[in-house]
Write a protein that binds this ligand. Structure first.
Ligand SMILES: Cc1cc2nc3c(=O)[nH]c(=O)nc-3n(C[C@H](O)[C@H](O)[C@H](O)COP(=O)(O)OP(=O)(O)OC[C@H]3O[C@@H](n4cnc5c(N)ncnc54)[C@H](O)[C@@H]3O)c2cc1C
Length: 473
């Protein structure tokens, strides 16, 4: 029987293990930490009973993929909930904007010309999003099945967010776009800085910004159960440092950062691949603070109280300034803060009227300061009284982030800078992004296409590449 070893149990490692086991291989997964799941774990980080997501929280792109169609995780207990307000963006004086599942409702709330523009841009993409998402959830270099749909998406996605934002006049709609674009961790004036935002914004209208019922750990729990059903074996608490430790294996899948892959494969790695992996560019960092909040967050902008995700950072110009500063390596006084309130759709996360509130600020790579007060101040600015409702906090700095998971180098939670070159070619310039150049050894983490997110699609495609190479002998 063909033996495969997967190093790392994030969603991509687990997806790879599932695809390989499903094809009849004997698969073992080795995980460095004591718990399986990588970026899809949940824990009682603040108070007993409050379920916080340790990393990924909201899953717009995990709901309808080739992987989710191939493996029925609902059978293993995974279910999704979505909030009434998918995401929101509060502004000063109780103003703000909100995105709903319905494009029309979002447009109606924005009103006037800006509403009509929102409907035109996102409406046209939402109708075609199943095919568009299928195209971008795979290596960019492929023959598209739906070139016209992809072309329409690229028309918006290829633009700097600052250029796309000119289509809207008022602060509200422009802020809504800024919050989406900021997910890329890129200066909003840079080429293709709209790409991830346009994809996520359209996903909100097509699939919703769902959360896994009971916490993101439900995703990895279901994947592990499905894998065990196919005979996959798991070992935790073991950091792999070299291929020799794995015993004879026909296939090795590395759910690791490229630099770590270079260390593990060592001298066997072709020199040009080793050089590319070591030069792989990581993005800025995230500084995460989880709160236990009594009575919820008192946002002045009422729809934000019902939102699953709240983008906190003020106007388009303020978000753009904060992102530009982070990219320069300087900590902004008012950072962009991504907040999630999964409990508004999933009350099982809370205990009585005390709720888990998830935040992280965008900070420079490897930032060594403490961003807790900057986060509290940003939330307090749009939700006066927030500070008084905090009952407990749990802080995870960039250093802690990379100590807990070696893939998040310098606190880079998106496994690599989303600059134009790495959006197309990651982890290196090649037609075979999963191949390491060593027979049977493949990279399958989010540093490979299609990139970050708890959708498992990097692992899915990498495992299919492994199956093809085994079939070729
Ligand atoms: C704070 C935070 C918030 C996020 N928010 C979201 C979100 O809301 N939505 C979303 O879709 N995505 C989000 N993400 C991103 C998402 O979690 C990742 O893109 C995804 O988990 C990547 O999956 P992966 O399998 O490539 O790697 P990971 O999930 O990082 O898993 C890699 C695993 O490999 C293990 N490992 C590494 N090296 C070794 C080794 N040498 N030996 C053994 N094991 C090893 C690690 O311990 C880890 O368990 C977030 C991430 C973070 C950190």
């Amino acid at each position: 029987m063909t033996r495969a070893v997967v190093v790392g149990s994030g969603p991509n490692g687990l997806a790879a293990a599932l695809v390989l086991a499903d094809a009849g291989m004997s698969v073992e997964v080795v995980e460095a930490t004591d718990t399986l799941g990588g970026g899809t774990r949940s824990a009682e980080l603040t108070l007993p009973g409050l379920v916080h997501d340790v990393c990924a929280a909201i899953h717009p792109l995990a709901i309808a993929t080739r992987f989710s169609q191939a493996f029925d995780l609902a059978e293993h207990g995974l279910s999704w909930v979505e909030p009434e307000v998918q995401y929101s963006h509060p502004l000063d004086a109780g103003r703000g904007a909100a995105a709903y599942r319905s494009v029309e409702e979002t447009a109606r709330q924005l009103g006037g010309r800006d509403g009509r523009t929102w409907a035109r841009v996102f409406g046209s993409l939402t109708d075609r999003f199943d095919t568009i998402a299928d195209e971008f959830l795979q290596p960019v270099l492929h023959v598209p099945r739906h070139p016209a749909h992809l072309g329409r998406f690229s028309l918006y996605a290829g633009q700097p967010a600052s250029l796309l934002a000119r289509r809207w006049r008022d602060d509200e709609a422009r802020a809504l776009l800024a919050g989406l674009a900021a997910h890329a961790f890129r200066p909003l004036g840079s080429l293709a800085s709209s790409a991830i935002g346009v994809a996520l914004g359209t996903a909100a209208h097509r699939y919703g910004w769902g959360a896994a019922v009971g916490g993101s750990a439900a995703i990895s729990t279901a994947m592990v159960a499905a894998a065990k059903q196919r005979g996959v074996l798991f070992e935790t608490g073991r950091t792999v440092t070299g291929l020799d430790e794995l015993g004879p294996a026909d296939v090795v899948m590395l759910d690791t950062a490229p630099g770590a892959a270079a260390d593990i494969v060592g001298d066997r790695l072709p020199r040009h691949v080793a050089r590319a992996y070591r030069r792989y560019r990581h993005g800025p960092g995230a500084f995460k603070v989880d709160f236990a909040v009594e009575g919820g967050v008192p946002w002045s902008h009422e729809p934000s109280r019902r939102a699953g995700t709240v983008h906190v950072g003020g106007t388009f110009e303020e978000v753009a300034a904060a992102e530009a500063s982070v990219a320069r390596g300087q900590m902004p006084e008012r950072p962009f803060v991504l907040a999630a309130q999964q409990y508004v759709a999933d009350p099982t996360r809370s205990v009585g009227d005390v709720h888990p509130f998830y935040t992280y600020a965008h900070v420079p790579a490897g930032y060594t300061g403490d961003a807790t007060e900057a986060i509290v101040a940003q939330v307090e600015r749009f939700a006066p009284g927030f500070r008084d409702r905090i009952r407990a906090t749990a802080v995870c700095s960039t250093t802690e982030m990379s100590r807990k998971n070696a893939n998040y180098v310098g606190g880079d939670i998106v496994s690599g800078a989303n600059d134009p070159l790495q959006l197309v070619f990651r982890p290196r310039v090649t037609l075979h992004p999963y191949a390491t150049g060593v027979d049977g050894v493949l990279l399958c983490s989010a540093a490979t296409p299609p990139g970050a997110g708890a959708h498992g699609m990097s692992g899915y495609w990498a495992a299919r590449a492994a199956l093809r190479s085994v079939a070729r002998g």
